[in-house]
Design a protein around this ligand. Structure first.
Ligand code: GLY
Length: 578
Protein backbone atom coordinates (compact mmCIF):
# COMPACT_ATOMS: atom_id res chain seq x y z
CA UNK A 1 0.00 0.00 0.00
CA UNK A 2 1.39 3.46 -0.73
CA UNK A 3 2.37 5.41 2.37
CA UNK A 4 -0.25 8.15 1.87
CA UNK A 5 -3.17 5.73 1.82
CA UNK A 6 -1.67 3.72 4.62
CA UNK A 7 -1.54 6.90 6.69
CA UNK A 8 -5.15 7.87 5.85
CA UNK A 9 -6.37 4.45 6.91
CA UNK A 10 -4.33 4.53 10.11
CA UNK A 11 -5.64 8.02 10.95
CA UNK A 12 -9.22 6.94 10.34
CA UNK A 13 -8.62 3.91 12.52
CA UNK A 14 -7.22 6.09 15.26
CA UNK A 15 -10.24 8.41 15.20
CA UNK A 16 -12.52 5.42 15.48
CA UNK A 17 -10.43 4.05 18.31
CA UNK A 18 -10.44 7.35 20.20
CA UNK A 19 -14.21 7.60 19.77
CA UNK A 20 -14.57 4.08 20.98
CA UNK A 21 -12.56 4.66 24.13
CA UNK A 22 -15.21 7.10 25.27
CA UNK A 23 -18.21 5.04 24.15
CA UNK A 24 -19.23 1.54 25.22
CA UNK A 25 -18.52 -0.95 22.47
CA UNK A 26 -21.17 -3.64 22.06
CA UNK A 27 -20.35 -7.28 21.49
CA UNK A 28 -21.05 -8.89 18.15
CA UNK A 29 -24.33 -10.63 17.57
CA UNK A 30 -24.04 -13.95 19.41
CA UNK A 31 -22.42 -16.64 17.33
CA UNK A 32 -24.80 -19.14 15.78
CA UNK A 33 -24.10 -21.34 12.82
CA UNK A 34 -25.23 -20.31 9.35
CA UNK A 35 -24.97 -21.42 5.75
CA UNK A 36 -22.13 -18.96 5.26
CA UNK A 37 -19.87 -20.73 7.76
CA UNK A 38 -17.05 -22.92 6.53
CA UNK A 39 -16.63 -24.73 9.83
CA UNK A 40 -19.43 -26.36 11.77
CA UNK A 41 -19.56 -27.38 15.40
CA UNK A 42 -20.86 -30.61 16.90
CA UNK A 43 -24.44 -30.06 18.09
CA UNK A 44 -26.17 -31.45 21.18
CA UNK A 45 -29.02 -30.68 23.50
CA UNK A 46 -28.71 -32.73 26.71
CA UNK A 47 -24.99 -32.88 27.29
CA UNK A 48 -21.60 -32.49 25.70
CA UNK A 49 -17.96 -33.36 26.25
CA UNK A 50 -14.91 -32.10 24.39
CA UNK A 51 -11.58 -33.78 25.08
CA UNK A 52 -8.23 -34.50 23.42
CA UNK A 53 -8.85 -38.24 23.16
CA UNK A 54 -11.76 -40.23 21.75
CA UNK A 55 -11.98 -42.96 24.41
CA UNK A 56 -12.04 -40.34 27.14
CA UNK A 57 -14.84 -38.49 25.31
CA UNK A 58 -16.80 -41.76 24.97
CA UNK A 59 -16.34 -42.50 28.68
CA UNK A 60 -17.50 -39.02 29.73
CA UNK A 61 -20.51 -39.00 27.42
CA UNK A 62 -21.62 -42.39 28.73
CA UNK A 63 -21.66 -41.03 32.28
CA UNK A 64 -23.78 -38.05 31.18
CA UNK A 65 -26.19 -40.38 29.36
CA UNK A 66 -26.57 -42.46 32.52
CA UNK A 67 -27.69 -39.30 34.34
CA UNK A 68 -24.36 -38.35 35.90
CA UNK A 69 -23.57 -34.66 36.22
CA UNK A 70 -20.75 -32.63 34.65
CA UNK A 71 -18.35 -33.34 37.55
CA UNK A 72 -19.03 -37.10 37.35
CA UNK A 73 -18.19 -36.99 33.64
CA UNK A 74 -15.16 -34.76 34.19
CA UNK A 75 -13.60 -37.05 36.82
CA UNK A 76 -14.25 -40.07 34.60
CA UNK A 77 -12.59 -38.25 31.70
CA UNK A 78 -9.65 -37.18 33.85
CA UNK A 79 -8.85 -40.73 34.96
CA UNK A 80 -9.41 -42.13 31.45
CA UNK A 81 -6.99 -39.60 29.96
CA UNK A 82 -4.37 -40.80 32.47
CA UNK A 83 -4.50 -44.10 30.59
CA UNK A 84 -5.37 -43.21 26.99
CA UNK A 85 -3.39 -39.94 26.66
CA UNK A 86 -0.35 -40.63 28.82
CA UNK A 87 1.66 -37.79 27.30
CA UNK A 88 -0.49 -35.29 29.24
CA UNK A 89 -3.37 -37.02 31.02
CA UNK A 90 -2.01 -38.17 34.36
CA UNK A 91 -2.17 -39.25 37.94
CA UNK A 92 1.44 -38.15 38.46
CA UNK A 93 0.83 -34.44 37.81
CA UNK A 94 -1.69 -31.79 38.69
CA UNK A 95 -4.08 -29.20 37.35
CA UNK A 96 -7.04 -26.93 37.78
CA UNK A 97 -10.77 -27.54 37.55
CA UNK A 98 -13.40 -24.80 37.27
CA UNK A 99 -16.85 -26.00 38.29
CA UNK A 100 -20.08 -24.09 37.66
CA UNK A 101 -23.09 -25.23 39.65
CA UNK A 102 -26.43 -24.54 37.95
CA UNK A 103 -28.30 -24.76 41.26
CA UNK A 104 -26.28 -22.17 43.18
CA UNK A 105 -25.15 -20.18 40.14
CA UNK A 106 -21.66 -20.23 41.65
CA UNK A 107 -18.37 -21.06 39.98
CA UNK A 108 -15.53 -22.48 42.09
CA UNK A 109 -11.89 -23.10 41.22
CA UNK A 110 -10.36 -26.37 42.40
CA UNK A 111 -6.57 -26.09 42.55
CA UNK A 112 -4.84 -29.46 42.50
CA UNK A 113 -1.54 -28.12 41.18
CA UNK A 114 1.62 -29.90 42.33
CA UNK A 115 3.57 -28.49 45.29
CA UNK A 116 7.30 -28.25 45.89
CA UNK A 117 8.45 -30.95 48.33
CA UNK A 118 9.23 -29.80 51.88
CA UNK A 119 12.95 -30.32 51.31
CA UNK A 120 13.01 -28.10 48.19
CA UNK A 121 15.36 -25.15 48.31
CA UNK A 122 15.51 -21.92 46.39
CA UNK A 123 18.77 -22.77 44.60
CA UNK A 124 18.16 -26.47 44.01
CA UNK A 125 18.26 -26.07 40.22
CA UNK A 126 21.52 -24.10 40.01
CA UNK A 127 24.81 -25.66 38.97
CA UNK A 128 28.18 -25.07 40.64
CA UNK A 129 28.62 -21.81 38.74
CA UNK A 130 25.26 -20.56 40.00
CA UNK A 131 23.58 -20.95 36.59
CA UNK A 132 20.16 -22.53 36.08
CA UNK A 133 20.57 -26.19 35.11
CA UNK A 134 17.60 -27.32 33.00
CA UNK A 135 18.71 -30.98 33.16
CA UNK A 136 17.94 -30.92 36.88
CA UNK A 137 14.64 -29.05 36.69
CA UNK A 138 13.30 -30.98 33.68
CA UNK A 139 14.69 -34.51 33.54
CA UNK A 140 15.88 -35.52 37.01
CA UNK A 141 13.84 -36.91 39.93
CA UNK A 142 14.17 -33.43 41.46
CA UNK A 143 11.90 -32.16 38.67
CA UNK A 144 8.80 -33.73 40.18
CA UNK A 145 6.41 -31.73 42.29
CA UNK A 146 4.14 -33.55 44.76
CA UNK A 147 1.33 -34.83 42.50
CA UNK A 148 -2.17 -33.42 42.97
CA UNK A 149 -4.37 -35.12 40.38
CA UNK A 150 -5.70 -38.02 42.49
CA UNK A 151 -6.52 -35.69 45.39
CA UNK A 152 -8.15 -33.19 43.01
CA UNK A 153 -10.29 -35.71 41.16
CA UNK A 154 -11.44 -37.47 44.33
CA UNK A 155 -12.24 -34.15 46.03
CA UNK A 156 -14.27 -32.97 43.02
CA UNK A 157 -16.26 -36.18 43.04
CA UNK A 158 -16.88 -36.16 46.80
CA UNK A 159 -17.97 -32.52 46.91
CA UNK A 160 -19.82 -32.09 43.64
CA UNK A 161 -20.33 -35.51 42.04
CA UNK A 162 -23.03 -38.16 42.33
CA UNK A 163 -21.33 -41.38 41.13
CA UNK A 164 -18.91 -43.60 43.04
CA UNK A 165 -15.14 -43.40 42.60
CA UNK A 166 -15.31 -47.00 41.42
CA UNK A 167 -17.67 -46.04 38.58
CA UNK A 168 -15.54 -43.04 37.63
CA UNK A 169 -12.44 -45.27 37.41
CA UNK A 170 -14.14 -48.09 35.48
CA UNK A 171 -13.23 -47.02 31.92
CA UNK A 172 -9.69 -46.08 32.93
CA UNK A 173 -9.12 -49.49 34.52
CA UNK A 174 -10.64 -51.24 31.50
CA UNK A 175 -8.40 -49.38 29.01
CA UNK A 176 -5.31 -49.98 31.15
CA UNK A 177 -6.04 -53.68 31.64
CA UNK A 178 -7.42 -54.67 28.25
CA UNK A 179 -5.56 -52.05 26.22
CA UNK A 180 -6.55 -49.85 23.33
CA UNK A 181 -5.23 -49.60 19.76
CA UNK A 182 -2.29 -47.28 19.22
CA UNK A 183 -3.01 -44.46 16.76
CA UNK A 184 -0.55 -42.53 14.62
CA UNK A 185 -0.41 -39.51 16.96
CA UNK A 186 0.37 -41.69 19.99
CA UNK A 187 3.07 -43.59 18.10
CA UNK A 188 4.71 -40.36 16.88
CA UNK A 189 4.71 -38.79 20.34
CA UNK A 190 6.40 -41.87 21.80
CA UNK A 191 9.08 -41.92 19.12
CA UNK A 192 9.78 -38.25 19.91
CA UNK A 193 10.08 -39.03 23.64
CA UNK A 194 12.23 -42.16 23.30
CA UNK A 195 15.67 -40.65 23.71
CA UNK A 196 14.83 -39.13 27.09
CA UNK A 197 12.71 -42.09 28.20
CA UNK A 198 15.71 -44.38 28.00
CA UNK A 199 16.80 -42.91 31.35
CA UNK A 200 13.97 -44.91 32.96
CA UNK A 201 13.81 -48.69 32.53
CA UNK A 202 10.29 -48.57 33.97
CA UNK A 203 9.19 -46.12 31.23
CA UNK A 204 10.80 -48.16 28.45
CA UNK A 205 9.12 -51.33 29.70
CA UNK A 206 5.70 -49.71 29.41
CA UNK A 207 5.94 -47.46 26.38
CA UNK A 208 8.12 -49.56 24.05
CA UNK A 209 8.24 -53.17 23.01
CA UNK A 210 11.14 -55.46 23.97
CA UNK A 211 14.27 -54.21 22.22
CA UNK A 212 12.99 -50.62 22.31
CA UNK A 213 10.76 -50.88 19.24
CA UNK A 214 7.76 -48.53 19.15
CA UNK A 215 4.24 -49.96 18.99
CA UNK A 216 2.75 -50.01 15.52
CA UNK A 217 -0.49 -48.27 14.66
CA UNK A 218 -3.36 -50.61 15.53
CA UNK A 219 -1.43 -52.68 18.09
CA UNK A 220 -2.97 -52.97 21.55
CA UNK A 221 -1.31 -50.84 24.24
CA UNK A 222 -1.74 -52.45 27.68
CA UNK A 223 -0.65 -50.95 31.03
CA UNK A 224 -0.91 -53.70 33.69
CA UNK A 225 0.88 -51.82 36.50
CA UNK A 226 -1.26 -48.75 35.97
CA UNK A 227 -4.39 -50.93 36.03
CA UNK A 228 -3.33 -52.26 39.47
CA UNK A 229 -2.65 -48.73 40.71
CA UNK A 230 -6.07 -47.52 39.55
CA UNK A 231 -7.77 -50.56 41.13
CA UNK A 232 -6.10 -49.74 44.44
CA UNK A 233 -7.41 -46.17 44.21
CA UNK A 234 -10.89 -47.51 43.35
CA UNK A 235 -10.79 -49.74 46.45
CA UNK A 236 -9.10 -47.52 49.00
CA UNK A 237 -9.64 -43.99 47.70
CA UNK A 238 -7.04 -41.21 47.68
CA UNK A 239 -5.20 -42.65 50.70
CA UNK A 240 -3.91 -45.51 48.54
CA UNK A 241 -1.99 -42.90 46.56
CA UNK A 242 -0.96 -40.52 49.34
CA UNK A 243 -0.42 -42.89 52.29
CA UNK A 244 -0.51 -46.51 51.10
CA UNK A 245 1.24 -48.79 48.63
CA UNK A 246 1.47 -46.24 45.83
CA UNK A 247 3.02 -43.65 48.16
CA UNK A 248 5.62 -46.26 49.16
CA UNK A 249 6.54 -46.82 45.51
CA UNK A 250 6.89 -43.06 44.84
CA UNK A 251 9.10 -42.61 47.91
CA UNK A 252 11.24 -45.64 46.98
CA UNK A 253 12.03 -44.29 43.51
CA UNK A 254 12.82 -40.89 45.04
CA UNK A 255 15.20 -42.37 47.61
CA UNK A 256 16.97 -44.50 44.99
CA UNK A 257 17.50 -41.58 42.62
CA UNK A 258 18.12 -38.46 44.69
CA UNK A 259 14.54 -37.16 44.51
CA UNK A 260 12.94 -35.18 47.33
CA UNK A 261 9.34 -36.35 47.70
CA UNK A 262 8.78 -38.01 51.10
CA UNK A 263 5.88 -39.86 52.73
CA UNK A 264 5.17 -36.71 54.70
CA UNK A 265 4.93 -34.62 51.50
CA UNK A 266 2.39 -37.04 50.08
CA UNK A 267 0.38 -37.39 53.29
CA UNK A 268 0.20 -33.60 53.69
CA UNK A 269 -0.83 -32.83 50.12
CA UNK A 270 -4.25 -31.29 49.77
CA UNK A 271 -6.00 -29.41 46.94
CA UNK A 272 -7.36 -25.90 47.52
CA UNK A 273 -10.80 -24.55 46.69
CA UNK A 274 -10.38 -21.00 45.47
CA UNK A 275 -12.51 -18.11 44.27
CA UNK A 276 -12.09 -17.83 40.51
CA UNK A 277 -10.86 -14.69 38.80
CA UNK A 278 -13.92 -12.78 37.65
CA UNK A 279 -13.99 -10.15 34.94
CA UNK A 280 -16.61 -8.58 32.70
CA UNK A 281 -16.23 -8.19 28.94
CA UNK A 282 -18.87 -6.62 26.69
CA UNK A 283 -21.77 -7.91 28.78
CA UNK A 284 -20.33 -11.36 29.47
CA UNK A 285 -18.87 -12.62 32.75
CA UNK A 286 -15.48 -14.29 32.52
CA UNK A 287 -14.50 -16.82 35.19
CA UNK A 288 -11.02 -18.29 35.06
CA UNK A 289 -8.22 -19.67 37.20
CA UNK A 290 -6.65 -17.56 39.97
CA UNK A 291 -3.04 -17.90 41.21
CA UNK A 292 -1.05 -20.10 41.28
CA UNK A 293 -2.19 -19.79 37.68
CA UNK A 294 -1.44 -16.59 35.83
CA UNK A 295 -4.09 -17.51 33.25
CA UNK A 296 -7.24 -15.96 34.67
CA UNK A 297 -5.52 -12.74 35.75
CA UNK A 298 -3.99 -12.08 32.35
CA UNK A 299 -6.98 -13.11 30.24
CA UNK A 300 -9.09 -10.61 32.17
CA UNK A 301 -6.33 -7.98 32.12
CA UNK A 302 -5.93 -8.22 28.33
CA UNK A 303 -9.69 -8.20 27.76
CA UNK A 304 -9.97 -5.10 29.99
CA UNK A 305 -7.35 -3.31 27.91
CA UNK A 306 -8.99 -4.30 24.62
CA UNK A 307 -12.59 -3.63 25.68
CA UNK A 308 -12.31 0.06 24.89
CA UNK A 309 -11.32 -0.59 21.27
CA UNK A 310 -13.87 -1.41 18.53
CA UNK A 311 -12.32 -4.81 17.89
CA UNK A 312 -15.34 -6.10 16.01
CA UNK A 313 -15.25 -3.09 13.66
CA UNK A 314 -11.50 -3.29 13.16
CA UNK A 315 -11.99 -6.89 12.05
CA UNK A 316 -10.76 -10.36 12.78
CA UNK A 317 -7.00 -10.90 12.34
CA UNK A 318 -6.52 -7.54 10.64
CA UNK A 319 -3.27 -5.68 11.30
CA UNK A 320 -5.16 -3.03 13.32
CA UNK A 321 -6.70 -5.64 15.64
CA UNK A 322 -3.58 -7.80 15.94
CA UNK A 323 -1.43 -4.75 16.70
CA UNK A 324 -3.68 -3.82 19.64
CA UNK A 325 -3.83 -7.42 20.85
CA UNK A 326 -0.05 -7.85 20.70
CA UNK A 327 0.52 -4.59 22.58
CA UNK A 328 -1.95 -5.63 25.29
CA UNK A 329 -0.38 -9.12 25.55
CA UNK A 330 3.08 -7.56 25.93
CA UNK A 331 1.94 -5.44 28.88
CA UNK A 332 0.29 -8.42 30.57
CA UNK A 333 3.28 -10.76 30.21
CA UNK A 334 5.62 -8.05 31.51
CA UNK A 335 3.44 -7.95 34.64
CA UNK A 336 3.47 -11.74 34.80
CA UNK A 337 7.25 -11.72 35.09
CA UNK A 338 7.13 -9.69 38.29
CA UNK A 339 3.78 -9.89 40.02
CA UNK A 340 2.64 -13.51 39.65
CA UNK A 341 3.32 -16.47 41.90
CA UNK A 342 1.53 -18.68 44.44
CA UNK A 343 -0.71 -16.28 46.37
CA UNK A 344 -0.54 -18.58 49.43
CA UNK A 345 3.10 -17.45 49.69
CA UNK A 346 3.45 -14.05 48.01
CA UNK A 347 1.16 -11.00 47.80
CA UNK A 348 -0.03 -11.16 44.17
CA UNK A 349 -1.83 -7.86 43.45
CA UNK A 350 -4.78 -9.60 41.79
CA UNK A 351 -7.34 -6.88 42.36
CA UNK A 352 -5.14 -4.26 40.77
CA UNK A 353 -4.11 -6.42 37.84
CA UNK A 354 -7.72 -7.14 36.88
CA UNK A 355 -9.14 -3.68 37.62
CA UNK A 356 -10.60 -1.61 34.81
CA UNK A 357 -8.71 1.47 36.01
CA UNK A 358 -5.33 -0.30 35.79
CA UNK A 359 -6.28 -1.36 32.25
CA UNK A 360 -7.12 2.28 31.46
CA UNK A 361 -3.65 3.31 32.64
CA UNK A 362 -1.93 0.55 30.65
CA UNK A 363 -3.92 1.46 27.53
CA UNK A 364 -2.30 4.88 27.72
CA UNK A 365 1.04 3.21 26.92
CA UNK A 366 -0.21 1.76 23.65
CA UNK A 367 0.74 3.62 20.47
CA UNK A 368 -1.90 3.12 17.78
CA UNK A 369 0.68 3.31 15.01
CA UNK A 370 3.82 1.70 16.32
CA UNK A 371 4.90 -1.37 18.22
CA UNK A 372 6.46 -0.44 21.56
CA UNK A 373 9.80 -2.30 21.88
CA UNK A 374 9.60 -4.82 24.74
CA UNK A 375 12.81 -3.50 26.30
CA UNK A 376 10.96 -0.26 27.02
CA UNK A 377 7.93 -2.07 28.48
CA UNK A 378 8.35 -2.67 32.20
CA UNK A 379 6.09 -4.43 34.66
CA UNK A 380 3.51 -1.89 35.89
CA UNK A 381 2.40 -0.88 39.37
CA UNK A 382 -0.96 -2.59 39.75
CA UNK A 383 -0.71 -2.18 43.52
CA UNK A 384 -1.74 1.43 43.07
CA UNK A 385 -5.02 0.23 41.61
CA UNK A 386 -5.62 -2.36 44.23
CA UNK A 387 -9.38 -2.29 44.74
CA UNK A 388 3.99 -28.11 25.94
CA UNK A 389 2.08 -30.62 26.96
CA UNK A 390 -0.95 -30.24 28.92
CA UNK A 391 -4.52 -31.20 28.11
CA UNK A 392 -7.87 -29.51 28.46
CA UNK A 393 -11.42 -30.82 28.52
CA UNK A 394 -14.85 -29.21 28.83
CA UNK A 395 -18.14 -30.73 29.97
CA UNK A 396 -21.71 -29.43 30.12
CA UNK A 397 -24.62 -31.46 31.46
CA UNK A 398 -28.38 -31.25 30.86
CA UNK A 399 -28.93 -29.14 33.97
CA UNK A 400 -26.40 -26.50 33.00
CA UNK A 401 -23.59 -27.63 35.30
CA UNK A 402 -20.23 -27.06 33.65
CA UNK A 403 -16.64 -28.18 34.14
CA UNK A 404 -13.57 -26.66 32.54
CA UNK A 405 -10.45 -28.66 33.41
CA UNK A 406 -6.81 -28.34 32.39
CA UNK A 407 -4.20 -30.73 33.80
CA UNK A 408 -0.63 -31.62 33.04
CA UNK A 409 2.66 -33.31 33.79
CA UNK A 410 4.30 -30.29 32.08
CA UNK A 411 6.28 -31.63 29.09
CA UNK A 412 5.02 -34.37 26.80
CA UNK A 413 5.37 -37.47 29.05
CA UNK A 414 6.54 -35.13 31.86
CA UNK A 415 10.01 -35.98 33.16
CA UNK A 416 9.77 -39.26 31.13
CA UNK A 417 10.45 -41.09 34.41
CA UNK A 418 7.98 -43.76 35.54
CA UNK A 419 7.38 -44.89 39.12
CA UNK A 420 8.46 -48.57 38.94
CA UNK A 421 5.65 -50.99 39.67
CA UNK A 422 3.04 -48.22 39.74
CA UNK A 423 2.95 -47.57 36.01
CA UNK A 424 2.63 -43.79 35.89
CA UNK A 425 4.92 -40.97 34.84
CA UNK A 426 6.30 -38.31 37.15
CA UNK A 427 5.72 -34.67 36.24
CA UNK A 428 8.53 -32.17 35.71
CA UNK A 429 6.49 -29.25 36.96
CA UNK A 430 9.32 -27.89 39.15
CA UNK A 431 10.64 -26.32 35.92
CA UNK A 432 7.69 -23.90 36.11
CA UNK A 433 9.38 -22.22 39.09
CA UNK A 434 12.01 -19.60 38.33
CA UNK A 435 15.18 -21.62 38.84
CA UNK A 436 16.93 -18.27 38.95
CA UNK A 437 14.85 -15.07 38.78
CA UNK A 438 15.24 -13.45 35.35
CA UNK A 439 16.25 -16.68 33.57
CA UNK A 440 13.58 -17.99 31.14
CA UNK A 441 11.94 -21.39 31.73
CA UNK A 442 11.18 -23.97 29.01
CA UNK A 443 8.51 -21.68 27.53
CA UNK A 444 10.81 -18.66 27.41
CA UNK A 445 8.86 -17.15 30.31
CA UNK A 446 10.77 -14.89 32.65
CA UNK A 447 9.87 -15.35 36.29
CA UNK A 448 10.61 -13.15 39.25
CA UNK A 449 11.18 -13.43 42.99
CA UNK A 450 7.50 -14.21 43.49
CA UNK A 451 7.98 -17.50 41.63
CA UNK A 452 11.21 -18.64 43.31
CA UNK A 453 11.28 -22.21 44.69
CA UNK A 454 10.02 -22.54 48.27
CA UNK A 455 9.00 -25.65 50.22
CA UNK A 456 5.29 -26.51 49.72
CA UNK A 457 4.78 -23.62 47.28
CA UNK A 458 2.94 -24.19 44.01
CA UNK A 459 4.83 -23.27 40.86
CA UNK A 460 3.29 -20.58 38.66
CA UNK A 461 1.16 -21.89 35.82
CA UNK A 462 -0.42 -20.54 32.65
CA UNK A 463 -3.25 -23.05 32.59
CA UNK A 464 -6.50 -21.19 32.06
CA UNK A 465 -9.64 -23.29 32.33
CA UNK A 466 -12.38 -20.74 31.67
CA UNK A 467 -16.16 -20.50 31.88
CA UNK A 468 -17.87 -17.48 30.29
CA UNK A 469 -21.41 -16.88 31.50
CA UNK A 470 -24.23 -14.75 30.11
CA UNK A 471 -27.04 -13.77 32.47
CA UNK A 472 -25.61 -16.18 35.04
CA UNK A 473 -25.63 -19.30 32.83
CA UNK A 474 -22.67 -20.96 31.10
CA UNK A 475 -22.23 -19.57 27.60
CA UNK A 476 -18.73 -20.78 26.72
CA UNK A 477 -16.49 -23.39 28.36
CA UNK A 478 -12.96 -23.43 27.01
CA UNK A 479 -9.25 -23.84 27.68
CA UNK A 480 -6.12 -25.21 26.06
CA UNK A 481 -2.67 -26.74 26.46
CA UNK A 482 0.35 -24.87 25.13
CA UNK A 483 2.60 -23.59 27.94
CA UNK A 484 2.90 -19.82 27.79
CA UNK A 485 0.52 -19.77 24.80
CA UNK A 486 -2.40 -21.14 26.84
CA UNK A 487 -3.41 -17.66 27.97
CA UNK A 488 -3.44 -16.06 24.51
CA UNK A 489 -5.02 -19.12 22.87
CA UNK A 490 -7.91 -19.12 25.34
CA UNK A 491 -8.20 -15.34 24.97
CA UNK A 492 -8.58 -15.62 21.20
CA UNK A 493 -11.35 -18.22 21.40
CA UNK A 494 -13.25 -15.86 23.73
CA UNK A 495 -12.68 -12.85 21.43
CA UNK A 496 -13.50 -14.78 18.26
CA UNK A 497 -16.89 -15.66 19.71
CA UNK A 498 -17.72 -12.38 21.50
CA UNK A 499 -16.06 -9.78 19.26
CA UNK A 500 -16.22 -11.49 15.90
CA UNK A 501 -19.46 -13.43 16.20
CA UNK A 502 -17.89 -16.71 15.08
CA UNK A 503 -19.45 -20.06 15.79
CA UNK A 504 -17.31 -22.17 18.12
CA UNK A 505 -15.82 -24.28 15.32
CA UNK A 506 -14.73 -21.21 13.34
CA UNK A 507 -13.47 -19.57 16.54
CA UNK A 508 -11.38 -22.68 17.23
CA UNK A 509 -9.97 -23.10 13.74
CA UNK A 510 -9.00 -19.45 13.16
CA UNK A 511 -5.28 -18.64 12.88
CA UNK A 512 -3.76 -17.62 16.23
CA UNK A 513 -1.11 -15.16 17.29
CA UNK A 514 0.92 -14.83 20.48
CA UNK A 515 3.14 -12.19 22.12
CA UNK A 516 4.69 -12.80 25.53
CA UNK A 517 6.74 -9.61 25.94
CA UNK A 518 10.06 -11.47 25.72
CA UNK A 519 11.12 -12.52 23.16
CA UNK A 520 9.90 -9.34 21.46
CA UNK A 521 8.07 -10.98 18.58
CA UNK A 522 4.56 -11.76 17.43
CA UNK A 523 4.48 -15.48 16.95
CA UNK A 524 1.88 -16.43 14.34
CA UNK A 525 0.53 -19.62 12.88
CA UNK A 526 0.81 -20.53 9.24
CA UNK A 527 -2.06 -19.02 7.30
CA UNK A 528 -2.13 -15.39 8.40
CA UNK A 529 -2.55 -13.22 5.32
CA UNK A 530 0.87 -12.04 4.06
CA UNK A 531 -0.60 -8.54 3.53
CA UNK A 532 -1.46 -8.44 7.23
CA UNK A 533 2.03 -9.61 8.15
CA UNK A 534 3.44 -6.81 5.98
CA UNK A 535 1.26 -4.21 7.73
CA UNK A 536 2.32 -5.48 11.16
CA UNK A 537 5.98 -5.21 10.13
CA UNK A 538 5.33 -1.65 8.97
CA UNK A 539 4.15 -0.90 12.50
CA UNK A 540 7.48 -2.14 13.85
CA UNK A 541 6.58 -5.67 14.89
CA UNK A 542 8.87 -8.62 14.41
CA UNK A 543 6.60 -11.39 13.09
CA UNK A 544 7.68 -15.04 13.13
CA UNK A 545 5.83 -18.11 11.87
CA UNK A 546 6.23 -21.09 14.21
CA UNK A 547 4.32 -24.28 15.06
CA UNK A 548 0.55 -24.23 15.55
CA UNK A 549 -0.50 -23.14 19.03
CA UNK A 550 -2.81 -24.81 21.54
CA UNK A 551 -5.50 -27.42 21.29
CA UNK A 552 -8.75 -26.00 22.63
CA UNK A 553 -11.72 -28.15 23.63
CA UNK A 554 -14.76 -25.91 23.81
CA UNK A 555 -18.50 -25.97 24.35
CA UNK A 556 -20.86 -23.07 23.68
CA UNK A 557 -24.50 -22.88 24.74
CA UNK A 558 -26.94 -20.67 22.87
CA UNK A 559 -30.75 -20.71 23.03
CA UNK A 560 -30.66 -24.05 24.86
CA UNK A 561 -28.59 -25.73 22.13
CA UNK A 562 -25.03 -26.95 22.73
CA UNK A 563 -22.32 -26.36 20.15
CA UNK A 564 -18.89 -27.90 20.58
CA UNK A 565 -15.55 -28.04 18.84
CA UNK A 566 -12.30 -29.90 19.30
CA UNK A 567 -9.23 -28.22 17.93
CA UNK A 568 -7.94 -29.72 14.66
CA UNK A 569 -4.35 -28.75 15.56
CA UNK A 570 -3.60 -32.03 17.37
CA UNK A 571 -4.81 -35.46 16.33
CA UNK A 572 -7.22 -37.62 18.30
CA UNK A 573 -9.51 -35.02 19.88
CA UNK A 574 -13.27 -35.53 19.83
CA UNK A 575 -16.35 -33.57 20.84
CA UNK A 576 -19.49 -35.60 21.46
CA UNK A 577 -22.99 -34.37 22.22
CA UNK A 578 -26.40 -35.96 22.64
N1 GLY B 1 3.22 -26.58 32.88
C1 GLY B 1 2.62 -25.55 32.15
C2 GLY B 1 1.78 -24.66 32.98
O1 GLY B 1 1.31 -25.08 34.03
O2 GLY B 1 1.57 -23.52 32.64
Amino acid sequence: MNRKWGHVILSATMLIVIAAVTAPVPAQETAIISQRDIFHPVIGRDGMVATQQQYASDAGLQVLKEGGNAVDAAVTIGFTLAVTLPRAGNIGGGGFMLIHSARSGETVALDYREKAPMNATRDMFLDEQGDADPEKSRYSYLAAGVPGTVAGMTMALEKYGTISLKRALQPAIRYAEKGFPVDAGFRESLIAAKERMQASDASMKIFFKKGGQPYDVGELFIQKDLAQTLKLIARKGRDAFYKGDIADKIVAVMQDNGGLITKEDLAKYSPALRKPIHGAYRGYDIYSMPPPSSGGVHIVQILNILEAYPISFLGHNTAATLHLMAEAMKLAYADRSKHLGDSDFVPVPVKGLISKSYADALRGQIDQYRATPSNTVLPGEPGKFESNDTTHFSVLDRNGNAVSNTFTINFSYGSKLTVPGAGFLLNNEMDDFSAKPGVPNAYGLIGGEFNAVQPEKRMLSSMSPTIVTKDGRPFLITGSPGGSRIITTTLQVIMNVIDHGMNIAAATNAVRIHHQWLPDEIRIENGLNPDTIGLLRQRGHKVVVKDAMGSTQSIMRHDGVLFGASDPRRTGALTLGF
